[in-house]
Write a protein that binds this ligand. Structure first.
Ligand code: KE4
Length: 431
């Protein structure tokens, strides 16, 4: 957006009192040498910025907006709930409805606790795994992002990778020493880690479908391998499904792949756009949490009635409208359009999609871990593509280390326009 736009003026003001002018680093457009625009309103698959520009949105507030923005069922549910108060500090009936839905829909979850972000969900799951096993070390995978938990900001993806800080300052070496970062899709390194420290590894945590270094997939049998080796050595398997949960299938990646973790972290979709997270799993593990057990975990706004009402409305609407099948249909239409214009332009780029999550890498090389994702990120090409699309009213994530999201509100004409723009961008040689 040009320097004299209202967005630009707002950004300048924001930078005076908010670090980097943003409340989350990836929003700063630093990776694309740009300035963020400020949104005034959003509806369906579209955003309107403060200067009146209309954009077709493929960020979807980083995943929560699976129905699209401001869907009537969520607006009505939150409005009704708010009339009865916005927070009680006591249990409320919505919490039981949400817990019941998660337990019924997520195959491995027997008990669940609500929190207020994906970071809290993974942080709590790690602490619980350590408390349950009495062990300290945790295996994670390079490029996977689990929120800004101290011990997991090691070889992290998403904004940490975008800003070149996969190992953040401020994390004591002693904390990082408890984290073993390994390459994804590599079984030998996991076997070696367990051979070296099997009695001290509390858990293996991963995004079952990594989506914070671009989007790539577990190789056949990899998730099953992790399930077996953790069981063999008494370590817990934790699936971070903050992004994939209730998105790639009603029961998440664990339903898609048929591999059952011991604990699952959730977020995004279950809050309908309001602050939320959750972690759940085997009852014998979850029962170690306070007030019944010795592992402390708490939250003033956990189970907040508005967030629960929004999440329940969203998930029930998805169920009512065959949402996951519909998203696959939308995704397939999108993919066939992308592949058509790639072929027409003579581009053999790598395009990854699972349901409504997608990523376009500007090389033809295989992408299966962080190193290959970084090689495929093609920073300058990505930057050129991002701005060329934005100029034409299409908003993709402002980093090659993110994933795009389709939602229920992306209609045929939105997809057609997007594919047309990408074809124009290819034809102009912008990438
Ligand atoms: P939050 O604490 O941001 O709610 O969730 C952290 C988190 C945990 N696990 C996974 C797999 C995640 O993708 C995330 C957060 N995702 C990023 C987008 N890649 C949030 C965007 C941002 O940081 O502003």
């Amino acid at each position: 957006m040009p320097g004299n736009s209202l967005s630009s003026k707002l950004y300048q003001s924001a930078c005076e009192i908010i670090p980097g002018g943003v409340n989350s680093p990836v929003r700063a457009f630093r990776n694309v040498d740009g300035e963020p625009f400020f949104v005034r309103a959003a509806k369906g698959c579209r955003l309107w910025d403060v200067d009146g520009n209309e954009l077709i949105d493929y960020v979807g507030t980083w995943g929560p907006a699976i129905l699209g923005h401001a869907p009537i069922p969520i607006i009505e549910a939150v409005s009704e709930a708010a009339k009865r108060g916005v927070s009680f500090g006591t249990p409320n009936p919505f919490e039981i409805e949400m817990a019941r839905l998660i337990v019924d829909w997520v195959p491995s979850v027997e008990k669940v606790r609500m929190v207020n972000s994906g970071t809290e969900a993974t942080m709590s799951a790690i602490r619980l795994a350590r408390g349950f096993t009495g062990r300290d070390k945790v295996i994670k995978f390079a490029g996977c992002y689990h929120g800004h938990v101290d011990s997991l900001l090691v070889a992290a993806g998403s904004g940490a990778l975008t800003h070149g800080e996969p190992d953040s300052a401020g994390v004591p070496a002693a904390f990082a020493a408890e984290t073993i970062a390994l390459p994804f899709n590599d079984t030998e390194s996991v076997e070696q880690a367990f051979a070296a420290g099997k009695e001290d590894i509390a858990a293996v945590i991963l995004e079952p479908i990594p989506a914070n270094a671009g989007l790539f997939f577990p190789r056949d049998g990899y998730l099953e391998f992790l399930r077996e080796i953790t069981k063999k050595h008494g370590a817990l398997l934790i699936f971070d499904e903050v992004m994939t949960g209730f998105r790639v299938a009603r029961g998440g990646a664990q339903q898609l792949y048929g591999v059952m973790p011991d604990l699952t972290a959730l977020g995004k979709v279950i809050g309908g756009g309001l602050p939320v997270g959750a972690f759940g799993g085997r009852a014998d593990i979850m029962d170690q949490l306070a007030p019944d057990g010795p592992v402390y975990q708490a939250g003033t706004l956990s189970g907040n009635p508005l967030a629960m009402a929004a999440g329940l409305a969203q998930l029930r609407e998805m169920e009512k409208h065959r949402g996951w099948q519909r998203l696959e249909e939308i995704g397939a239409t999108f993919e066939s359009g992308i592949r058509r214009v790639m072929a027409q332009a003579g581009r053999d780029y790598t395009f990854h999609r699972v349901g409504s999550m997608f990523c376009l890498f500007f090389t033809g090389d295989a992408v299966f871990d962080l190193d290959s994702a970084k090689a495929a990120a093609q920073g300058d090409a990505f930057k050129s593509f991002f701005h060329a699309c934005l100029e034409r009213g299409i908003f993709f994530a402002p980093s090659p280390y993110e994933t795009g999201f389709l939602c229920m509100a992306h209609a045929e004409e939105d997809i057609a326009r997007t594919v047309e723009v990408i074809g124009e961008v290819f034809a102009e040689g912008r990438v």
